[in-house]
Structures are given as C-alpha cells and as structure tokens.
Design a protein around this ligand. Structure first.
Ligand code: FBP
Length: 547
C-alpha cells in the first residue's frame, strides 16, 4: 500500500499516556454513584450495574494476570482517533500478559451478532497507529438492544474465549453497552462490557467525561477550511458563504468552529429554540447583519449553521411532525400526484398554520421535506439543505428591503456542508493521545474485573502526563426519556448550555464579529512542532475548564 510522507512519519508517533498508567496500576474506588435523574427507575432496570463506584487508576504494585481474550467494536459514525483507542487497548492487554488476544468485530455491532470478526495482531495494529478512519474493522449502526442479539453475541464470545468487549460509540451505543453489561451480569456469563466515548458531535460529555474523542480533530479540520474560506472571502469581497456543519442536534461543532475562526454569524440551535425564534426571525437576523456590513461597503461574510437547526425552530418542528404523520398514511396518494402539483396538494392537506409555513419555503426545501424520509417514516433533516434555505430566504428579504431603500448593497451566496471531510482526518495530537489513553484505560478496567463502565480520562487541558484515568459507571450518566412512544433508560445527551462558558464567550463578542471582519485563520492541524501549535485542546474545553 502506498503511503504519504506524513503517514510514514506519523506512524512512529508515540502517544502520550497519563503518568499513572505508565507502570503497574491499582484501581482506587470512590463513593457509590447515582444516575443523573430517575434514580429509582434506573436502579430497577440495572440491578447488577447500578450504584457502582467511580474508579481512578493510580500507580501500584506489579501483578500477574492470567491470559484473557478481548473483543472490540466500533459503533456509529466515524471519529478521528478510533484506531488509537484500539492500539491503546491492544498495548494495554499485551502489557498485562503477552498471551492476551484482541478480536475486532467487523462493521459495527452487527459483527458480534453475525459472528463476523478477525484477530487484530501486532502487525495489523502497527499499520493503523495514529491514522484516521475506522477501516481497521469498519463501523456500523446496528442497534444492540434485543435479547436474541445478546445471546447470539454470547455464542461467539464463548467460542473465542472472550472475557470482555469494548464498545467504542456515542451516547446510544454506550447506552446499549450498558444494557448488554447488565444482561451478561444478570445471566452470570462472565463477560464484561466497557464503553468508550466517541463522536465528533461532542454531545457525549458530562462531569466525568470531559469530551468525546474526535471532536477535537473534526473541529480543527472544519476550522482550517472555514479559515481558508474566510480569507478567500476577504480577498474577493463579493460572496456571503453559508456553511452548514455536522453535529446532529447539538451545536457544539458550530460553536467551537466559531470560537476558532470568528465568523460574522454563527447560529446556535439551542438558543434559537430557547428564544422561540421563527424561521423569519433567523432570516431577519442574518439579513440585518448583511445590510449593516453592506452599508460600510462590505458585501461579503461568513455564516455558520449547525445541521440540526431546522428541528429547533418551533414552527418547523411542528410542520415536520405533521408531515411525518400525514405521509405515513398517504405516501402512495402523494406519489401518484403529478410532480408540479405536489406542493399544492401538500398545502391543501396541512393545518392552516403548517400550510402557511410550508408555502413560505423555497421549492427545493419543500420538496426535500416531503421526499427524503427514512425507513421509520421520518424526514431526514440532515439531508435538508438548510444553508440554501437560509440564503434563499435572506436573498428574498434583501430584495424586498432594496425595493424599500433599506438595503443598498449586493448579495451573492456560496454554499458548503462540512461533515464527512473531518470524520476520518488523521487524529490531532490531542485525539491521538486521548484515544490511546482511553483504550489503555479500558484494558485496565477489564483487568480489574469491571463491567458497565465507560473509560474516562480527565484533566484534559493539562499536559497528558497529568491526565486522570479511570472509569465511570454508565448508569451514572442515565435518565429516562421517551423514545418511540416508550420510556427508556438512556445516557443524557449534552446540548450546548446557554449559561456555559463557551456560549457566553461567543455571545460576548459576536456583535463585533457580525459587523467587523475579525476572521481568524487557524491553518491545518500540525502534528510536529511547538506545543502551543500542536497540542492545544479545543477552545470549548479550555473555556469549560477556565484555562
Ligand atoms: P455518531 O453520532 O454516530 O457519532 O455520528 C455522528 C455523525 O457524523 C453526525 O454528525 C451526522 O449527523 C451523522 O453521523 C451522519 O450519519 P451517516 O454517517 O450515517 O451519514
């Protein structure tokens, strides 16, 4: 396989480990824990894994460990650093006992159920150290939630003599990891399950999990490109760039990229919802900024848009919900209508309020709302080109203002969507170190007989040497939420907190950024060089930890 010069040099990078993990370790147990909410309900559902103590690893006496085999699964969307979690896990178990073996289940949780696996040898692991992607074993979105899946999984775990499985995933995958841990504990199968916090979205975080891995690299990758566009924009001075950023419901990615690049506008879905803003309010907010800049001769700018925005606009939420219900029963009739009459048909079928919102949407977006539905009948909001929707509506508003003499400039838009570009980037030093430490910590949790824990590495704004490694009972992060009409135990999703330091820092300066051209150009991720260039954690983490 041909490799780039950077790939070759980067393969030799030795990720940094917290000091406490460098030699033999001992698990120091804290106080018993409780779930963040709904304690009684969660305790009842997880009698074997509820209330366990927090674990911290500290330096200890060397011990002998009997040989064991371990399985690993990559679950959900790719996030930079997954290969380093696996290499940290591999090095950790080999250090415990060189006879230990690591098996990777192929293409996500489905690999466990379908008995699709491969042994990860030192030779394979070495090929993937410090690389982006999940291609070492692939990933998938199969949900592990049914007893027959757990039993099928157990068959292969027993056959391979696997003592523990590490599930590397987001909030839903880790919720399922906890359900699996509880099931195997209740059945006394002797199989431990450990989770690792992954997702570029940054929405799996809490007091004990400071950040999910991949967020750092993905945001730095998007910020590099946003910075490049800012410079292009400030050179040509003729376009407004509307940039949509991945991240599902939470706006953490958009906020972090804004803190790194200082665009003219960054929308935060959580704020739009809190202020009960209509689509027209959002459009007016952007149009105003365009008009103010135009008055000073600046007919250019940058707007960042989180991908989940549309779901947070109350009126759109209502419209989508009525469309879901309507199309679930009338899809055939809708499909039989001539394409040029479909819009009128939908308008005639919706409630007056939703019909008015639908009628106000540009043609393309209105069509997307009715066509692109997932197998469960939901509109796939991530496919909706919010960046085009907003720029079209801003354009219309400005044209109206021009006619009234309220707008004197020019408005020409370019559109971008950044998501896949950042999910498999080579991990930054932060993610390379953090992921390796998470994987290594998972091996220590296994060696100490723990199950239903998530690997946790804290104090991450300090140098890696000073990081604190340990485990958090997954039940501690759970609450009950309504999912598909039923109350279910799930890990609480972390949305942007409007009273949190990162949002407050942004809100304090955004009016200046809107008016002036205050762009910052972060440049590409640097892997070699001075520590202030190569090893900085995200602005979000730095502000949250006030450093
Ligand atoms: P996870 O939540 O599984 O980490 O996925 C993150 C994500 O990149 C989201 O930001 C995005 O909406 C989604 O995956 C896209 O899904 P897909 O990879 O299936 O297109």
């Amino acid at each position: 396989m041909t490799k780039s010069a950077l790939q070759i040099a980067r393969a030799a990078y030795q990720p940094k480990l917290p000091k406490a993990l460098k030699g033999a370790v001992v698990a120091k147990e804290g106080e018993p824990t409780q779930s963040v909410a709904d304690q009684e309900a969660i305790k009842k559902l997880f009698p074997n894994t509820y209330g366990m103590p927090l674990i911290q690893f500290v330096e200890g006496e060397a011990k002998e460990y009997a040989p064991m085999n371990v399985g690993v699964i990559l679950s959900g969307g790719q996030a930079p650093g997954g290969h380093n979690v696996i290499s940290g896990l591999f090095d950790g178990i080999k250090k415990l006992n060189p006879a230990n073996k690591l098996y990777g289940f192929i293409l996500g949780p489905g690999g466990l159920v379908d008995h699709n696996y491969k042994e990860l040898t030192a030779e394979i692991i070495d090929e993937y150290r410090n690389t982006g992607g999940f291609d070492i074993i692939g990933s998938g979105r199969t949900k592990l939630e049914k007893e027959d899946q757990f039993e099928k999984g157990y068959e292969i775990l027993k056959e391979l003599g696997i003592k523990a499985v590490v599930i590397i995933g987001g909030d839903d995958s880790n919720t399922n990891a906890c359900v699996l841990a509880e099931y195997y504990a209740a059945k006394k199968y002797g199989v431990q399950v450990i989770g690792c916090p992954k997702t570029i979205d940054g929405d799996l975080k809490n007091e004990m999990i400071e950040t999910s891995f991949g967020f750092d690299t993905a945001c730095k990758t998007y910020s590099e490109v946003i910075g490049n566009i800012e410079r292009d924009c400030n050179s040509a001075r003729k376009y407004w760039h509307f940039i949509k950023l991945m991240g599902r419901s939470a706006s953490h990615i958009a906020l972090e990229c804004a803190l790194q690049t200082q665009p003219n506008i960054c929308l935060i879905s959580e704020e739009v919802e809190a202020k009960n803003m209509s689509l027209d309010d959002v459009v007016t907010y952007i149009a105003n900024a365009v008009a103010v800049r135009a008055a000073e001769g600046n007919n250019f700018g940058i707007v960042l848009i989180p991908e989940g925005l549309i779901e947070f606009i109350p009126a759109m939420k209502k419209l989508i919900s009525e469309l879901n219900d309507f199309l679930a029963v009338n899809a055939e009739e809708y499909a039989s209508i001539e394409p040029n009459k479909q819009r009128e048909y939908i308008i005639s079928k919706l409630s007056a309020e939703n019909a008015a919102v639908y009628a106000s949407l540009p043609e393309g977006v209105a069509r997307q709302l009715t066509l692109d539905r997932d197998p469960h009948g939901n509109v796939q909001v991530s496919l909706i080109e919010t960046e085009k929707l907003l720029s079209e509506m801003v354009g219309k508003k400005l044209a109206a203002w021009k006619a009234e003499g309220k707008f004197v400039g020019k408005f020409s838009a370019q559109h971008h969507f950044f998501g896949y570009e950042g999910r498999c980037a080579a991990p930054s030093n932060f993610d390379a170190d953090y992921c390796y430490s998470l994987g290594y910590t998972a091996s220590m949790l296994i060696a100490n007989g723990k199950t239903g824990y998530m690997s946790s590495v804290r104090n991450t704004t300090a140098p890696a040497e000073e990081w604190i490694a340990g485990g958090v009972p997954i039940t501690m992060m759970m609450n009950m939420e309504r999912r598909h009409g039923e109350m279910k135990p799930v890990i609480q999703k972390a949305l942007v907190k409007l009273d949190g330091a990162p949002f407050k820092a942004f809100a304090a300066v955004r009016d200046v950024w809107a008016k002036e051209t205050a762009y910052v150009y972060p440049g590409p991720i640097q892997y070699f060089g001075p520590t202030e260039v190569c090893d900085q954690p995200t602005k979000t983490l730095q502000l949250e930890q006030a450093k």
